[in-house]
Design a protein around this ligand. Structure first.
Ligand code: NOJ
Length: 451
């Protein structure tokens, strides 16, 4: 093995006392109980009920049954010695009409989850929005309707008022580039809309909503740490030729810069991707002042790298990804390349923005084909994935880059969006027929590492 990836010396103390170790989840992917206790449908409940949208026709109806059995999984977080637990709040449980009347059963549920974490000595890290928009709001235009800034502000206010006395770490939204790109441009995620006429207004309304939400949190929870999480991939050109290098720059603007830059006050990367200029139509007078925020931390979520080449036939961007399966590299179940230096490169890239105070890796992990044998799961590839990526995080930290935490995606196997239950990302295996759980060897390794 390449010495750069060696991890024999990896140990927790090298990251420092204050480094935040955690595990990340999301409501729709784990909760199940999609229509109980007053919850209304989310766009993912609707989308997954349509034919052909989710692999194997899987649905989030039961998922990991976390809504009913949250104690079982928080006990596992504790058993694995993980001090921080990240989860999200289902908007449709709290405000079944999207806005207005608050459903007390939803409030009670998240109060129980937060309180149980705290009783176990686990710090709750809350994502306000992790992709599960109430369907009723989508029926009124969803993220393409500017009114959503008010709808979302209402939701954030209710969360801050009810949970802000105990939650000290907030992430306003999760991976805006993915839920708008896949959900409003490519149509492969809920709500399944396509094209620039949906994508462009959604982008701008999401930016305004993130900032509105962050300001509300700042006002109502002045002592809390407020962040937002961003997907990113390390991008490299297919070959050292000007046309591929330029294509890689455009892909980088769309994949890595689209949200972080306006939110840091740098505007949309329209120079690289001309089609984004169409956003100007949705920017109203006075918006500039409401498009950026001074976040306490930025959540970086990285899994892989992408190789990009020039493509005449790809509209708007003139670039395409060279699929990892055509490159003869090691793949995860998501067909993503395993390339540990990518996380180091992303830490470096985000550190180059002087406006960013602190980075936390809020997601990193891998899906591999796990096999149960004698009630054990020997997932050595995941152990190696985590170790080699952590080695890169440590390298960045030792070189002086500002990275202050690492959260594994994810605690248990769960509902992986359009891929259904097929990809297993968990430190804990779930038999979805019986809900039986088995701590994988990766979970045991992480517990030992955190010791
Ligand atoms: C990104 C998302 O935040 C999460 O919901 C998803 O399951 C993982 N990455 C893996 O794809």
């Amino acid at each position: 093995m390449d010495t750069e990836y060696s991890f024999s010396s990896l140990n927790r103390s090298l990251f420092g006392e204050d480094f935040a170790w955690g595990v990340s989840t999301a409501a729709l992917q784990i909760e199940g109980s999609c229509d109980v206790d007053g919850k209304s449908a989310s766009i993912w409940d609707t989308f997954s009920s349509k034919k052909g949208k989710i692999l194997n026709g899987d649905k989030p109806t039961h998922a990991c049954d976390f809504y009913k059995e949250y104690q079982r999984d928080i006990d596992l977080v504790k058993q694995l010695n993980i001090p921080n637990f990240r989860f999200s709040i289902a908007w449709s449980r709290i405000l079944p009409n999207g806005t207005g009347e608050v459903n007390q059963a939803g409030i009670i549920h998240y109060n129980q989850v937060i309180d149980y974490c705290l009783q176990q000595g686990i710090e709750p890290w809350v994502t306000i929005y992790h992709w599960d928009l109430p369907q009723i709001l989508e029926d009124n235009g969803g993220w393409t309707n500017r009114k959503i800034v008010n709808w979302f502000s209402n939701f954030v206010t209710v969360c801050a008022q009810n949970f802000g006395d105990r939650v000290k770490y907030w992430m306003v939204m999760n991976e805006p580039a993915v839920f708008t790109g896949a959900g409003y441009f490519l149509g492969i995620h809920a709500p399944g809309r396509t094209g620039l006429r949906n994508f462009l207004p959604a982008i701008h309304h999401v930016v305004l909503s993130i900032v509105a939400g962050a300001k509300i949190l700042r006002e109502l929870c002045p002592d809390a740490q407020i962040g937002n999480t961003f997907s990113c991939s390390y991008i490299e050109p297919y070959a050292d030729k000007p046309k591929h290098i330029a294509a890689a720059k455009r892909a980088d603007a769309l994949i890595n810069r689209l949200y972080i830059e306006p939110l840091l006050g740098l505007g949309y990367p329209t120079e690289e991707v001309k089609a984004l200029k169409g956003i100007n139509k949705y920017i109203l007078p006075g918006d500039e002042a409401n498009m950026s925020f001074d976040f306490d931390f930025i959540g970086v979520q990285n899994y892989t790298r992408e190789i990009v080449k020039y493509s005449f036939f790809t509209p708007y961007i003139g670039a395409s990804l060279v699929k990892a399966q055509d490159r003869g590299v090691e793949l995860t179940e998501m067909k993503w390349e395993v390339y540990p230096p990518c996380i180091y490169e992303m830490i470096k890239k985000f550190n180059a923005y002087p406006q960013i105070k602190k980075l936390i890796i809020t997601e990193n992990g891998a899906a591999f084909p796990d096999v149960v044998f004698n009630n054990e799961v020997d997932d050595q590839r995941r152990v190696t994935y985590l170790q080699t990526h952590l080695q890169q995080v440590l390298k960045a930290k030792q070189e002086g880059y500002n990275v202050e935490g690492y959260f594994v995606w994810t605690l248990t196997d769960n509902f992986e969006w359009a891929e259904g239950y097929h990809p297993r990302f968990g430190l804990v295996y779930i038999d979805f027929e019986t809900q039986h759980r088995i701590i994988k060897n990766s979970g045991r390794w992480f517990a030992q590492f955190l010791g």
